[in-house]
Design a protein around this ligand. Structure first.
Ligand code: SF4
Length: 350
């Protein structure tokens, strides 16, 4: 059996790791060895991205949802979360404020809200207005949509379609994303990529996943043609079936970030503020992430997804709030041209 060092060297030489090697890395817990994995991930990040980091503004514009995902605060039957649906004017103003603060992209996210899904034109209008007001690339996370909606979003100038499978273990998926077809969800991502949108995939850890299931997912997600891969630790949510589930800290998420970096060295990997807030940013960047996501303007009534309130109203989830953390890591905020160059490069990959 190979040692961790041999596996990391293989990756640093530009050779793709196999499943057994990924499993071995994900199983490591000795701090010294885990640090070696993080170091290798940072080396690869530096090779492809230098020391610059991207920042995404997050506008969770509707918290209504038709679904009942077991892990989610915003599942339809939960009476706990704040429910709101922002108007086009509000969404545009919030996006403009984020753009002025220096983010590279506007991430427009909603629950699967029928008010938009049954009237995709409303979604298109939002995209149109936000693009005009900000001049920034737009990522849209509207849940599972039809092929016709993907075509319309592409035509409206959307750059990214984000849709997270959360697990590639079909049995676990069935328990997490109740009554949602696994293949339909996977296929719409492939369709979006085939129509020229960039695609973000995501994995959740702490929901009953195993090292093996995470390894399988990481090996397979490249088949979609992903340009961004995110992983997050499950945060138990009030009023949901998994409310009392215990989670084991963020070590699995950090190892996921590093191993994804080894497997997809030239792709974007988020450090989400939506798990531990600003406090958890440095360790995610040190594990090899290169995008800060879930930057939310303070005091605007916007919520996060996993952490609906954490660090929002005190302004910590802002570009100014994260700059000191970047500096501590020897990193800097990218320019908008550097972000556009990444998009152009990924768009050119067929
Ligand atoms: S994860 Fe998304 S689709 Fe599922 S309940 Fe939450 S908001 Fe709805």
């Amino acid at each position: 059996m190979k040692t961790t060092k041999e596996i990391l060297n293989k990756s640093l030489e530009g050779r793709r790791l196999d499943r057994d090697e990924v499993v071995l890395l994900l199983n490591q817990r000795e701090p010294e060895v885990v640090n070696e994995i993080f170091t290798a991930a940072r080396t690869l990040r530096g090779r492809y991205f230098g020391n610059h980091i991207f920042a995404y503004g997050f506008v969770y514009f509707s918290t209504y949802c038709r679904n009942e995902c077991s892990f989610c605060f915003y599942r339809k039957s939960n009476t706990e979360p704040p429910r709101y649906r922002k108007t086009t004017e509000e969404i545009t103003a919030l996006s403009k404020a984020l753009a002025d603060s220096g983010v590279h992209l506007i991430d427009l996210t909603m629950g699967e809200d029928n008010a938009f899904l049954k009237k995709p034109q409303r979604l298109i209008e939002v995209v149109d207005r936000v693009k005009t007001a900000t001049g920034l690339p737009v990522m849209i996370s509207p849940g599972q949509v039809s092929e016709a909606t993907i075509d319309a979003l592409k035509k409206a100038g959307v750059t990214w379609y984000a849709l997270y499978q959360e697990t590639y273990d079909r049995a676990l998926y069935k328990k997490m994303r109740l009554k949602q077809d696994y293949d339909a969800r996977m296929n719409i991502k492939k369709y979006a990529r085939s129509r020229g949108l960039l695609v973000e995939e995501g994995l959740l850890t702490g929901i009953g996943d195993t090292v093996e299931s995470r390894a399988d997912a990481m090996m397979a997600m490249g088949d979609i043609g992903v340009s961004q891969v995110r992983t997050m630790t499950f945060v138990p949510q009030r009023g949901t079936p998994l409310e009392k589930r215990r989670t084991g800290g963020s070590v699995n998420e950090l190892l996921n970030i590093s191993v994804m970096r080894l497997l997809y060295p030239d792709k974007l990997i988020p450090a989400s503020l939506d798990v531990e807030g600003l406090v958890g940013l440095k360790e995610r960047l040190m594990a090899g992430a290169n995008v800060i996501t879930s930057l939310i303007p303070p005091k605007t009534g916007l919520a996060g997804v996993s952490q609906s309130e954490l660090d929002i109203d005190d302004g910590s989830r802002s570009v100014d709030g994260v700059l000191p953390e970047l500096e501590k890591c020897g990193l800097r905020l990218a320019t908008r041209d550097e972000y556009q160059a990444y998009i152009d490069r990924e768009m050119a990959v067929s």
